[in-house]
Write a protein that binds this ligand. Structure first.
Ligand code: G3I
Length: 450
């Protein structure tokens, strides 16, 4: 992100669409037993309330007191980024990331992983790579870091800030983007393979309403869902100025309607006339969207912030600000929608047929590796189960698979449906994928109904 700590205020304000002012009618909880901390109140609504934290501040007793009493999720502000976790290629450093992880887990908090791939805060060695060398290094980074934290991270920002600002709605130019437009889906697939339990998020800023940038991301997420690219959530950073777009909630809702969770991931708001109201508006928007699973503020006290305009909920002395009270009241007052605790499972009676199937494969290859996406097509009769045999060239091996189980690598690998995608209606299709080393398959796979 272009904005640096202590930025010029005009730069920050330019990020923010001030198309509408915040709603002003706060509703205050009046019950004597209203929750008295952000985390407890959010939990009553089935959500977390988190903060970005820094390992270097964990020795500050005021900081840790606020952290452990108020927050139920932590995000490392810098400690799990590429430059921090892989300072030299292939040499990983998890000391500070682990400190954040352990702080969160020991407090019973969720841990949001931030961020596996980003054009910023890359180590120097990665900045000097390009093409397949960079692609391989990036995918290896995802695999190693997500693998190190396997089973412990609630949600990963797999890719951060890959879309351009302005009206194009397209991708940002970066060394990662220049490895090929499929770098984002390759990253998500590698992350799923490395940590199947973590929710996988795309995270960005200036997406605080329905605008060209958020629509570009929306189109990508819709495409990923249609093609079976594993994505579970979208993070809305929400670095806000003096206004908030009137379509803030509608924007969250349209993403949720695609079948992904949404999360407010880096909330901070310029101090000024509207700070408390804007915080409340964001809180109410999350409560109103069933798939908004939580809110994270980007720091605890104003003095901890990357910004110079006192954008957080506690002042430099650790005292609660009006913005704090506004958020707590909004949490206590509102929210009738509950996020699902796990993705909805739909069941349908098995189709009666057992007809033929056919498979096609598409490849995204780089020097030394590939990601294969296989489409399984049912014929004119429904299919109850399937296997697809894929012949691999000599030297090729499958390293991870999604939406199928694989047996027999190397040579001919047999991929069998998993429980949720064995049944394909007549004329329908499903997709699975795998990642491999060496050259990808070139022959048409053989599909057999089972
Ligand atoms: O740790 C070094 C220190 O050793 C050195 O002496 C000092 C000299 O400048 O730099 C320190 O590193 C700084 C680091 O924060 C830790 O404090 C970096 O310079 C500084 O650039 C870095 O800033 C971080 C920024 O991301 C980098 O782009 C901010 O703390 C962090 O809040 C900010 O977070 C980003 C999110 O990851 C993505 N979304 C936007 C958000 C705000 O920019």
């Amino acid at each position: 992100m272009q904005i640096r700590k202590r930025p010029r205020r005009t730069a920050l304000l330019a990020m923010v669409s001030a198309a509408a002012t915040a709603a002003t009618g706060l509703v205050f909880a009046s019950t004597a037993d209203a929750a008295t901390t952000l985390g407890a109140s959010a939990a009553e609504k089935g959500r977390y309330f988190g903060a970005a934290i820094a390992a270097g501040r964990l020795g500050d007793s005021t900081y840790t007191r606020l952290l452990t009493t108020e927050f139920t999720s932590v995000t490392p502000e810098n400690e799990m980024k590429w430059d921090a976790t892989e300072p030299q290629q292939g040499r990983f450093s998890f000391t500070n990331g682990d400190r954040i992880l352990n702080q969160g887990l020991s407090n019973g908090s969720k841990v949001r992983g931030h961020a596996l791939l980003w054009h910023a805060q890359q180590p120097g060695w990665a900045q000097s790579l390009s093409g397949s060398a960079l692609r391989n290094a990036a995918i290896n980074h995802v695999t190693q870091v997500a693998g190190h934290y396997k089973g412990k991270i609630y949600a990963w920002d797999v890719v951060n800030e890959a879309f351009a600002d302005g009206g194009s709605g397209g991708r940002r130019d970066s060394n990662l983007q220049r490895t090929g437009n499929d770098w984002i889906e390759a990253a998500f697939r590698a992350a799923r393979a490395a940590d199947p339990a973590a929710k996988l998020c795309y995270n960005d800023y200036n997406t605080d309403g329905i605008n060209a940038k958020s629509t570009g991301i929306y189109t990508m997420v819709r495409d990923f869902k249609a093609r079976g690219v594993p994505i579970d959530c979208v993070g809305f950073q929400s670095h806000l100025g003096t206004g908030i777009d009137s379509s803030y909630q509608a924007n969250l809702q349209r993403f949720a309607d695609l079948g992904v969770d949404v999360q407010i991931t880096e909330l901070d708001v310029q101090q000024g006339g509207n700070q408390a109201n804007i915080y409340a508006t964001v809180t109410r928007a999350c409560l109103a969207v069933a798939r908004c699973t939580g809110i994270t503020v980007w720091g605890i006290r104003d003095s901890d912030s990357w910004r110079d305009d006192n954008p957080l909920l506690f002042d430099g002395g650790g005292n609660k600000k009006a913005a704090y009270t506004s958020v707590l009241n909004a949490l206590n007052a509102g929210g009738t929608t509950t996020p699902p605790s796990s993705p909805p499972v739909t069941t349908s009676p098995p189709p009666s047929g057992g007809g033929a199937c056919a498979a096609t494969v598409s490849l995204n290859s780089w020097n030394g590796g590939y990601v294969a996406t296989v489409r399984v097509n049912a014929g004119s009769a429904p299919v109850n189960g399937w296997t697809v045999a894929v012949a691999l060239p000599s030297g090729s091996a499958v390293t991870s698979t999604w939406n199928a189980t694989a047996t027999g690598s190397p040579g001919t690998v047999s991929f069998r449906n998993v429980t949720y995608n064995g049944q394909i209606p007549a004329g329908g299709h499903t997709e699975f994928g795998f990642q491999g080393t060496g050259a990808g398959p070139t022959a048409t796979p053989a599909c057999t109904v089972t």
